[in-house]
Design a protein. Structure first.
Length: 333
């Protein structure tokens, strides 16, 4: 009996003229591979800040869909929405109207993270700390607090210490800026995931972001590392997308994922239904790509753990971002 991919090959053929058929065959095989893959749990909770001060690069979309992808495979995930726009909260289907309990109440020390956490309706192992427009005033209020850069870190530490069942991953969705909310996120995290749009303009602010991360490392959080870069809005049909991806691979070979996230209408549609692409279109191209990216991230956990141990035991060890910063500065010169 013919398999689905055999039928598609027979109908569409494999010639260059039948690229549509080839894409369908490829997508079917990728779906089969990802469904058979094992998403291993990390030995310790991995706290990852998803950051890029440039807007429109797929930062929140990446946070939402990587988290949903991991939760769909049984991992326990927490998303902390630190963006006053609250887009991650919307996409994950949790309440975040002004006045609702949110991360703003945590920063103001009125509530704990555990008290404002909500469960994503689509995935029982995915918890969300929502954000609302109320958070927009937090920057000014944080400015008057001592040790203001560690507010989120202390609350997150308390949560992780008190949880009876630990989270496998914590993702912090940062706002598109380099202010105190982002600084709090970077101080609370162990890793940074940087989404990069497959366009040259998206590369312009990368050096500034890496420089900021380096300063945070030096002054506040020596464990922080840029562990992952993910190319988003990738169109394999265009030379520009391929060139940008190759350029990023050239300069950041150790941290850029092999998986790219395609431009897909359904990825943009999903938030309007208060869903991630994983729930909205589980067998579509966008869902497959985010599942593949999530699998790559889980497969890198051993390397990340080894890196963190080396950083603690050897003060002369250079971390990933320091190496990449030197490369970026050399390129700009």
């Amino acid at each position: 009996m013919e398999s689905a991919s055999d039928v598609l090959k027979r109908i569409f053929g494999t010639s260059q003229q039948s690229s549509m058929g080839a894409d369908i065959v490829d997508q079917t095989q990728r779906l089969r591979n990802i469904e058979a893959a094992t998403f291993s749990k990390p030995k310790q909770t991995r706290v990852i800040a998803v950051a890029n001060q440039k807007g429109g690069v797929g930062k929140t979309t990446t946070t939402v869909n990587i988290s949903a992808a991991l939760a769909s495979r049984g991992l326990s995930v927490l998303v902390i929405d630190m963006d006053p726009q609250g887009n991650a909260s919307t996409a994950l289907g949790v309440k975040h109207s002004p006045g609702e309990a949110s991360v703003y109440d945590v920063i103001e020390a009125r509530l704990t993270l555990d008290e404002v956490m909500q469960t994503c309706p689509d995935f029982p192992t995915l918890q969300v700390v929502p954000a609302s427009i109320d958070l927009s005033g937090a920057e000014l209020e944080l400015a008057d607090i001592q040790q203001r850069q560690f507010v989120l870190k202390e609350h997150l530490r308390s949560l992780l210490n008190e949880q009876s069942e630990r989270f496998d991953f914590v993702f912090i969705d940062c706002p598109p800026s380099l202010g105190l909310l982002v600084l709090n996120s970077l101080c609370a995290a162990q890793e940074v995931l940087i989404p990069i749009q497959a366009e040259y303009y998206a590369l312009e602010g990368l050096g500034q972001l890496l420089h900021t991360i380096s300063l945070v490392q030096q002054s506040y959080n020596r464990q922080l590392q840029v562990s992952t870069m993910l190319v988003t809005m990738f169109d394999k049909r265009t030379l520009l997308s391929r060139e940008v991806f190759e350029e990023i691979q050239k300069h950041y070979p150790k941290i850029v994922l092999k998986t790219t996230i395609p431009r897909a209408v359904k990825i943009s549609e999903a938030p309007s239904f208060n869903q991630s692409i994983i729930a909205y279109d589980p067998k579509g191209a966008g869902s497959i790509a985010y599942l593949e990216a999530a699998l790559e991230i889980t497969n890198r956990q051993q390397k990340s753990a080894q890196h963190n141990r080396a950083s603690k035991s050897n003060t002369d060890a250079q971390d990933t971002v320091s190496i990449e910063l030197e490369t970026a500065e050399g390129t700009q010169e």
